[in-house]
Design a protein around this ligand. Sequence first.
Ligand SMILES: Cc1ncc(COP(=O)(O)O)c(C=O)c1O
Length: 476
Amino acid sequence: MSHPARPLPPLSFSEPEMRRIMDKVSAMIVDHFTGLDTRPVTTPSTLPSLQAGLAEPLPMQPVPVDDLLEQVRTHVLEQMTHQDHPRNFAFVPGPSNFIGAVADALASAFNTFCGAWIGPSGSAQIEITTIEWLRELFEFPETAGGLFVSGGSMANMTCLAVARHEMLANNPFNATVYFSDQTHSSVAKGLKILGFQQYQLRKIPSDAHYRLPMEALKAKIAADRQQGLVPFCVVANAGTTNAGMVDPLHEIADFCAAEGLWMHVDGAYGGSAALSPSGRKVLDGLNRADSLSIDPHKWMFQPYEIGCALVRNRAHLKETFRVSAEYLKIIEESAEQPNFSDYGVQLTRGFRALKLWMSLKAFGIPAFRDAIESGIRNAETVEALLREKPQWEIITPACLGVITFRYREEGMSEQELDQLNSRISTELIMGGYAMLSPTVMSGRLVLRMCTINPRTTEADLQGTIRRMKDIATAGA
Ligand SMILES: Cc1ncc(COP(=O)(O)O)c(C=O)c1O
C-alpha cells in the first residue's frame, strides 16, 4: 500500500527505494543459504588487502547504498570464515538457520525493547514462553526461570553472579569455586570479573577421560575447608569444548547437595544435545543443576547472538540483579509480568527470543531433535572412518559431536607428529574445502572436529578425511 507523498524525514529512504534495497538484500541472504556448500569455508585474505578495502576516513558525504552493499559483499561477506558452512568443523561452529535470520531482521527493524513489560508486551511474552519451553525441554522444575543473553560466556557469568549472591551474599572473600582443567575459559573470565582472585579458582586436573575426578574434588574441598576457605560452587561440564566430555553430573549433584554447594553446569556447548534421544542419555543429571548455561547460537542453530541462563529458582535472578531507580518506577509499577532487566545485567535488551521462538515453531521440536542427533552421528561416522586406517589414532572417541585424533607416521617423534598434525590443519584451512581447529590434549597437538551442522553430509566427512590424508602424505 502506498502512502500520500510527504517530505522525506531525516535519515530515511523513500518507500520504493527501501523496497528496492530490501529486494537486493533478501537476494543476497537467500543466495547465501542456498549456495553455501559450493563455496570455500574460508578465503585466506591478507591484512593489507582488507585494509585497502575497508580502512577508510570518516564518511562526510553519503555513499550510494548499492555501492555499500557491493563493498560489504566483496570485502566482508566473501572474505570471512563461514560458521554455518557444512564443512566448518573448527571450534564450535554456528550452523544457524534461515528462519532465525529472518526473525533477527524483524527484531532489528522494529527495534524491539525487551528490558521490561511496557504496555502490550508481546515480545516479553515471547521470551517468557520460549524460556518456559527450554525449562520443559531441559526438564527443570516449574520454579525455574531464566533469560536470554549474548552467549555462553554471558550465561556463565550471569549464573555465577547468582551463585555468588545466593551462597555468599555477594562477598567473595576467601570463597572458592571448583572445576576441571577442561572447563571453558569463560568460567574463569566470569569469575575474574565477579571479583574472584586466581587462588579462589580451584582448577582440578581432569581424569584419563578428561572428566572432573570426584575423589580429587572431594579431597580438595575438604582440605580447603580445613584451611578456613569457603567452598561455595562446583562448575560441571555438559560437553567440554575440547572433547565433548561430560562430567559425572549425578555424582556432582549428590555431592553438592550433601555439602551445601551450588552446582552450575556449563552446557553452552553440549547442553542442547539433551533434546536428542542419545544426547539425553549422555547428559542424564543435567536437570539437577542449580543453574545451567545453554547456547542456542551453537547447537540450537540460531544466528549470533543468543545464549540462555537458566536458574532452578527464578526468584534468585531478581534477588541478584534488581536495582531500582526513580526513572524506572513506571516500568516497575505497570509490569504485569517480570521485567527481564531485573533478571540480568542489561536494561536495554534486544529481541533475542524471537529467532528461537520462530525457528522452534517453523520446524517443530522433532526436526530439532533429528538435527541434533545428526551432529552426534556425524562424529561417530568420522570415528568409524578413521578407525579403518591404521595411520589415524583416536585420542578421544566421538562424544556429543566432537572427536579428537592424530595422524601418526612410523619413526616420527611426538614433536614431529605435533608439527605434522599442525601442518594438516593449516593446509586444510588454506585449501578452503573444509576447516577444523587443532587443540592440545595431554600436552600433544591433536586434530579436532566438531560436527554439529545438520547440513553436513557423509560425503563432506569423507572428503575432509581424504584431504587430510593427502596433506599428510604429500612429499612423503
Ligand atoms: C563449553 C563452553 N562454554 C562457554 C562458551 C562460551 O560461549 P560464547 O562463545 O557463546 O560466549 C563456549 C564456546 O565455545 C563453550 O564451548
